[in-house]
Design a protein around this ligand. Structure first.
Ligand SMILES: [Zn+2]
Ligand SMILES: [Zn+2]
Length: 355
């Protein structure tokens, strides 16, 4: 762990309240203790909530800030009607060689979570809020990035922080930061915001730029805007916003630590209106993934109970044996086979004991 000064030189107003930051290696658990020959689920303290446990396993990292293997584990889940699934545990770090790739499991899961909301928007407008070079050093802290996100988007009622876009009448939207731009390794945070909006008049865009500059306390700020009504382009925009930009933690190790557990994806407003467009390819596929992401069985919609974590090598064996069938985005449907039924007689077979 390293402590650094949280004060931004000459920018007292933007100094975060917590100057301490943590090393990227938050949890150190020895890996490789499991093998298909020696099945031993990792210890789970009785009072640890399942989600915290999953987070713990998913965040197992080496001292280099990267998982030794990603995914190293999977969990099994079942609903009350006996439908069974396996979920690969991916670290989700942007700089993970696996998770940082476009169309990786982590990328597809983010996409599947956003898609049902995006499908409620007939038009998607994309605003990109850049930060001038002179101010970027102020936005190298979790707190200042958090506060800026709130001020630009929907605010925070409990803390009486007004949100610029909400106050301007944009009732719902999403936001996500990209940390780097076209130059690899050059810290260049910019906030992508998707709103329900088509053409934006010059006057309105000017007003957005003016207010944003006032938030940053600079004379002028660059904000880009474009919009689309075509589903294929909306899909492209969504995937683009959800991609990773922090592709190597060595680009900025301090920020890699600072962004640990940073809630990057945010949305505001209510999302209960019907879908206005269909995914042009594999709608059912993404619906199943989205359902699993919310912890619900895609077959009967009942809640899934996730169990213990197991070495990923077991899942490889189940795939080869035809017991695990792909759902997508690192989820697998566990199908009952004749062989399992026999083995599962009086003494449950190994697979049975995983649920
Ligand atoms: Zn990963
Ligand atoms: Zn079910």
């Amino acid at each position: 762990m390293v402590a650094v000064s949280g004060n931004c030189q000459g920018e007292g107003a933007c100094a975060p309240s917590h100057p301490i930051w943590h090393s990227p290696g938050q949890i150190h658990v020895p890996l490789g203790s499991e093998s298909p020959h020696q099945p031993s689920p990792l210890p789970q303290p009785a009072d640890t909530p399942a989600t915290a446990y999953l987070d713990c396993i998913a965040n197992v990292v080496t001292s280099q800030g990267l998982p030794a293997q990603c995914p190293g584990y999977f969990v099994t889940g079942t609903c009350k009607n006996g439908h069974r699934f396996a979920k690969e545990l991916h670290c989700g770090r942007e700089w993970c060689p696996v998770c940082g790739q476009d169309d990786s499991v982590a990328h597809l899961r983010r996409y599947a979570r956003w898609l049902p909301k995006a499908q409620q928007l007939a038009t998607i407008g994309q605003l990109v809020f850049t930060i001038p070079q002179s101010k970027r050093r102020c936005y190298r802290f979790k707190d200042t990035l958090n506060l800026l996100t709130k001020r630009v988007t929907c605010g925070d009622k409990s803390k009486r922080i007004p949100g610029m876009l909400r106050e301007m009448g944009f009732e719902r939207g999403f936001s996500r930061w990209h940390w780097f731009g076209d130059t690899p390794g050059k810290w260049n945070p910019h906030l992508n915001v998707l709103i329900e909006c088509g053409y934006l008049s010059k006057k309105k865009l000017k007003a957005i730029k003016r207010q944003y500059a006032a938030i940053l306390k600079v004379p002028g700020a660059v904000v880009y805007y474009n919009y689309t009504t075509e589903p294929a382009k909306m899909v492209h925009t969504l995937k683009y916003v959800l991609r990773s930009t922090f592709l190597d933690y060595r680009w900025d190790e301090r920020m890699a630590s600072q962004l640990y557990n940073f809630r990057n994806v945010r949305n505001w407003g209510t999302w209960e209106t019907p879908h206005v467009w269909e995914h042009f390819q594999g709608q059912a596929h993404f619906e199943a993934i989205a359902s699993l992401e919310t912890g619900h069985c895609p077959t009967c919609e009942e809640p899934l109970e996730w169990g213990k974590a197991h070495s990923i090598s077991w899942l490889q064996i189940y795939k080869m044996a035809g017991i695990a069938e792909p759902v997508g985005a690192g989820y697998w449907s566990i199908v009952e086979t004749e062989r399992m039924k026999v083995e599962g007689g009086d003494r449950p077979c190994l697979l049975e004991r995983m649920f």
